[in-house]
Design a protein around this ligand. Structure first.
Ligand SMILES: Cc1cc2nc3c(=O)[nH]c(=O)nc-3n(C[C@H](O)[C@H](O)[C@H](O)COP(=O)(O)OP(=O)(O)OC[C@H]3O[C@@H](n4cnc5c(N)ncnc54)[C@H](O)[C@@H]3O)c2cc1C
Length: 466
């Protein structure tokens, strides 16, 4: 039968790519098919990068297509298993460390910058750690390799070429609609074009973009899941000078706080020195905020942006954290005509809306040009507002200037990795023949662990074939 394969990989993000790469390295004889709802990498083009205004393309070229959410990401590779996912919990710390190292070697082989931030700066690290302790913040130490948006794109382009040259078939612009399950075993998939593909091994690597779809499939075919966390908050933008010491010595300062009032966990995430704040669109046109930084000097701005995320864990009977995060983002979209809301910290703490006029005379110029001045207190529950405020004040002790009136807060940043699929160390779900990896399975939440997860699942598939 023409459509019979050895392995089907749903989604061509870093998880899917590294899985296909490893399968071809170890078993070049295998028939591997990747099905990707977006475009091939050379056809991924976001008009907003030129016009600064989102054209609402379907599918969105920022989150779908070869390299998934990684293609236009800032490409910061977190080289510590403490960051970016749950591989250490699933595979053990040593194995996760090994896999991160191996996937890093592959990025280097395909052209990644050899410099690593956050190492060899013991004196500066001690200074930052001392200030963090003084502010009751935990500093997570994690070396970072920065690909940069445009270099990352080139690396993934080379990976696409490599995988295709090794014989992997990739069906672009094709969405998997259904997973075929016969007698409790997954045997194939059906696409939105009505085609059926069969394989003994199916890997779901659908990322955050496909998390909703996969959650529905889990319910439909009985894949066991557990309620996860939802991370919701804002993207903060300040002048580079405010973050200079942290940026130069760590590139990304990962700081965690347990807030005094509610004891909620708030963390910094995804810092982009001299970067830009960006809008990311999800299914249904939901606009959420993100950020990135180009490697080339000509694209650099004077501002640093990073996310502040409040982690919420829910207990019974609540079991839809993704919807919770979306509802908050929808509120913000509703107030801003589908755009991202921006408020100065001065207005945030005084409890008043930022107006066009006040934003115009703010010292700090927003890099997200179509953000709409507004009031975050009309969007976030009181508890999240308090958490964010307390975190900003704590951060100000580590890097003074963060709690300045001019600081910009963009909402809403939300991370949809909350549908945690129950998997074993071979990433098998409760349905035989179906494995789940990456951000869409709630296993990872970053490029490096998603890539490492791809390598790992490929090895599990190969061992099960022996
Ligand atoms: C703007 C932005 C910046 C980021 N910056 C960083 C960073 O600097 N460092 C970092 O570590 N992480 C970053 N991330 C996160 C990182 O990109 C993700 O963690 C990583 O890409 C996850 O890999 P994945 O393979 O699990 O999923 P994804 O990369 O999301 O890929 C999943 C793929 O599956 C496809 N898909 C989904 N459903 C289906 C379906 N039903 N049928 C067919 N195809 C489907 C999607 O189109 C997508 O291409 C960023 C993300 C964004 C959006």
């Amino acid at each position: 039968m023409a459509n019979e394969l050895d392995v089907i990989i749903i989604g061509a993000g870093p998880g899917g790519i590294f899985c296909a790469y490893e399968l071809m390295e170890k078993r070049p004889d295998l028939k591997v098919l990747m099905i990707e709802k977006g475009r091939s990498i050379e056809k991924r083009n976001c008009p907003k990068r030129v016009t600064k205004t989102c054209a609402g393309c379907k599918p969105c070229s920022i989150t779908t297509g070869f390299a998934g959410a990684g293609a236009f990401s800032d490409g910061k590779l977190s080289l510590s298993p403490d960051v970016g996912g749950t591989l250490p919990e699933i595979l053990g710390y040593d194995e996760a460390t090994r896999l991160i190292h191996e996937s890093d070697e592959i990025y280097l082989k395909f052209g990644a910058d050899t410099s690593v931030y956050g190492v060899d700066k013991e004196a500066e690290l001690r200074e930052i750690r001392r200030k963090a302790i003084n502010a009751n913040l935990k500093l997570v130490e994690c070396p970072i390799r920065h690909l940069g948006t445009e270099e990352g794109y080139k690396i993934y382009s080379r990976l696409q070429e490599h995988i295709l040259s090794k014989g992997v078939t990739i069906e672009f612009n094709t969405m998997v609609k259904d997973i075929i399950v016969e007698n409790g075993v997954a045997t194939g998939v059906v696409t939105d074009k009505g085609e059926t593909f069969l394989a003994k091994e199916i890997v779901s690597a659908v990322g955050r973009e496909g998390a909703d779809w996969f959650k529905d499939k889990c319910e439909e075919i009985g894949i066991e899941t557990k309620p996860g966390t939802v991370d919701v908050g804002v993207r903060v933008e300040v002048r580079d000078e405010v973050m200079q010491f942290l940026n130069e010595n760590l590139y990304e300062a990962k700081l965690i706080y347990h807030t005094p009032t509610f004891d909620d966990k708030v963390r910094t995430f995804c810092t982009n020195p001299s970067g830009e704040v960006a809008t990311e669109y999800y299914e249904g046109g939901l606009a959420v905020v993100n950020g990135h930084a180009y490697k080339g000097k000509e694209f650099k701005t004077n501002n640093t942006n990073f996310a502040l995320l409040v982690s919420k864990n829910f207990t019974k009977p609540f079991k839809t954290p993704i919807e919770y995060g979306k509802k908050i983002a929808e509120l913000s979209n509703m107030l801003c005509g589908g755009k991202i809301l921006v408020q100065t910290y001065g207005d945030f703490k005084r409890g008043r809306r930022t107006t066009e006029e006040r934003l115009c005379r703010n010292n700090l110029i927003p890099t997200l040009k179509d953000a709409v001045p507004g009031d975050l207190s009309l969007v976030f529950p009181h508890r999240i507002m308090v958490d964010l405020d307390e975190m900003i004040q704590a951060l100000d002790k580590v890097t003074p200037g963060i709690a300045s009136d001019e600081t910009l807060l963009y909402g809403v940043e939300v991370k949809f990795y909350s549908n945690k699929v129950i998997v074993n160390k071979d990433f098998e779900t409760s349905i035989k023949g179906l494995r789940a990896i990456g951000d869409g399975a709630g296993v990872t939440r970053g490029l490096q662990q998603a890539s490492a997860n791809g390598l790992s699942v490929a090895r599990s598939i190969i061992s099960s074939m022996k």
